[in-house]
Design a protein around this ligand. Structure first.
Ligand code: ADP
Length: 573
């Protein structure tokens, strides 16, 4: 079997978290068996639409799609397809209603989702502010942040059977009366650790920042103004906290709703935990990513994108992801119904930075930004065409006739593209994650529960070998610095291409995010890295630039600002 490219580290990850185990924890499934379990299960969905389909042949195709490392579905699909749990989606958004029943229903539903490997996003904006009265008891409400702690503790208690720890997104609208508490709620790195938090920013608020005026705080129950704050002060407070430890992020709510394909179903209030997937309450979405390194072909002088292969891969991937919706075992009936009504899928990419290295294009260059638009534009167009072809055979998504697409060709899926972080599946594919630059050319990665893995970028290894420079001393030097910037023995034109996240200016991070966003239905998972010495004003400017560049959100991280980093630039011995 040809999983020839799979790395040692990938095998470790697969064994630990994906291959089947018996009750004693012994691995009882081969890597091949794991991919076969997935491809067989996903191929079966075709029989619902075509009883003459050759599912064996289709399974072979899906098997090859994954084992060639051209495409990987999100982790829950790899872990759970063909198993008892059968829950295949990474992303969920749950509503949080302003009542005891509503809040604790949501805690329970989140626990069920976490158990199955999914991540949950919530807006806490409907909860009445702290100090508001509670009619039935005559007491006062404790407000969104205190309830977030309940969700956080519940998440902590559900360890997901040792596969995933549980991840949440918490959103609060900028005009909620408790917004200052919310901005501050993760100021201590040890607090609310199972949440990423994002402030839901409105256009109205951004206008007030620009005009340096006050904006209204709105009581979520009565919808009336109950106070006001200086927009600039609140904006600067968000910036200050993000500068301190990366939290909160921001999302632009009106932009998420501008692209809400089915506004009749209500507003989009939140995204999934890493921010790339805006969803309606009770919607879920399954993601999958194309490994761009595998979309390159060799030329006489180097590499180029093979757009024909990319188009064929997109077609297969859209088919695969649409099938996932059919065979998915949803944790709640209402999630199944809501998901099948729009049939959102999220096809994205990984290995972008590695592909650029092979092409010899620096990540922080206009050429790279142009190419990003070209590649993602192609994926988005061919993805939509593939979804339209599926609609001809299988029917449009049920809410198509009330969707914003209704005057165009029928679509099988309300959204097709999303750029995920690909934190684990990029390790399986052995490529750089999502559309992020290479974080460091050699580093130690904490995968879970304190397990550490040392990784050296394979494209750099190959380049050093080609240049006759591959030797221990140089590798150690690169590992210690995390960057090749000061390794003068490497030719200047190579150093210019092998830039790492830290060498790239925030504005270049944002330009790349924006280039991908332009051709992505949903959103783009991206962290804008800052050096340790960056100022609050640098962060402020980046936020404003992301707003101007039509990004849907921003997440920043200043080096060293959290004690325990997932990725550490570090020593390799
Ligand atoms: P993977 O590479 O494992 O498929 P990603 O890193 O691309 O996953 O993350 C995609 C989405 O999966 C996240 O935005 C989140 O919704 C969900 N997710 C990621 N990690 C976790 C986790 N530990 N627990 C629950 N959900 C998670």
């Amino acid at each position: 079997m040809a999983i020839s490219d799979i790395s040692e580290n990938a095998l470790k990850v697969l064994e630990k978290r994906y291959q089947g185990k018996d009750e004693k924890g012994n691995v009882v499934e081969s890597v091949e068996g794991m991919f076969r379990r997935v491809s067989d299960t996903i191929a079966k969905a075709d029989t619902k639409f075509d009883n003459s389909v050759d599912t064996k042949k289709l399974s072979d195709e899906f098997f090859e799609l994954m084992t060639s490392l051209r495409f990987m579905p999100n982790s829950p699909t790899l872990m759970n397809a063909g198993r008892q749990l059968g829950q295949l989606s990474a992303c969920f958004v749950l509503p949080v209603e302003d009542s005891m029943e509503g809040i604790f229903d949501s805690v329970k539903n989140a626990a069920l989702i976490h158990k199955s490997g999914g991540g949950t996003g919530f807006s806490f904006s409907r909860l009445r502010q702290s100090g508001a009265s509670v009619r039935s008891t005559g007491g006062v409400a404790s407000g969104p942040v205190s309830f977030m702690r309940v969700f956080n503790s519940a998440t902590e208690a559900v360890k997901q059977g040792g596969t995933r720890r549980g991840a949440n997104m918490g959103v609060l609208r900028i005009d909620h009366p408790d917004i200052l508490d919310f901005i501050n709620c993760k100021a201590d790195n040890a607090d609310i650790t199972n949440f990423n938090i994002s402030v839901g920013i409105t256009e109205k608020f951004m206008e007030a920042v620009e005009k340096q005026s006050d904006y209204d705080l709105i009581d979520p129950k009565t919808k009336t103004a109950v106070g006001h704050l200086s927009a600039v002060k609140v904006f600067d407070m968000i910036v200050d906290h993000a500068w301190r430890n990366g939290e909160p992020g921001i999302i632009f709510l009106d932009r998420l709703n501008r692209d809400n394909v089915v506004p009749t179903q209500g507003d989009i209030e939140s995204t999934n935990p890493c921010g790339e997937q805006p969803l309606l309450p009770y919607e879920s979405c399954n993601l999958g990513s194309i490994n761009l390194v595998k979309m390159l072909r060799k030329t006489l002088t180097g590499y180029e994108f093979d757009f024909r292969l990319l188009g064929a891969t997109v077609e297969e991937a859209v088919h695969f992801l649409d099938n996932v919706i059919e065979v998915n075992n949803y944790p709640l009936d209402i999630i199944g119904d809501t998901t099948r009504a729009t049939r959102k899928i999220g096809l994205g990419v990984m290995g972008w930075a590695d592909a650029l290295l092979l092409l010899g294009i620096p990540y922080n260059s206009d050429e790279a930004v142009d190419l990003a638009g070209k590649v993602m534009g192609y994926i988005n167009n061919t993805g939509h065409a593939a979804s339209a072809r599926l609609a001809e055979k299988r029917g449009a998504f049920p809410l198509f006739s009330v969707s914003t697409y209704k005057d165009g060709p029928a679509m099988r899926n309300a959204t097709v593209t999303t750029i995920a972080p690909t934190g684990t599946i990029s390790m399986i594919a052995g490529c750089s994650s999502g559309v992020e630059p290479v974080f460091a050319y050699a580093y130690i990665r904490n995968i879970m529960d304190g397990t550490e893995m040392v990784e050296v970028n394979p494209v750099l290894v190959a380049k050093l070998k080609e240049l006759g420079l591959y030797e221990d001393g140089l590798l150690k030097k690169i590992a210690n610095a995390g960057s090749v910037e000061n390794c003068l023995e490497i030719p200047e034109e190579v150093r210019r291409v092998f830039v790492s996240a830290q060498d790239i200016k925030p504005v270049d991070h944002i330009k790349m995010q924006s280039a991908f966003q332009r051709y992505t239905d949903n959103a783009v998972s991206k962290t804008v890295n800052f050096p340790k010495e960056a100022t609050r004003n640098d962060v402020r400017e980046a936020y404003l630039l992301a707003y101007e560049e039509d990004c849907k959100g921003v997440t920043i991280y200043r080096d060293g600002s959290r004690e325990e980093q997932v990725l550490n630039i570090g020593k390799v011995n």
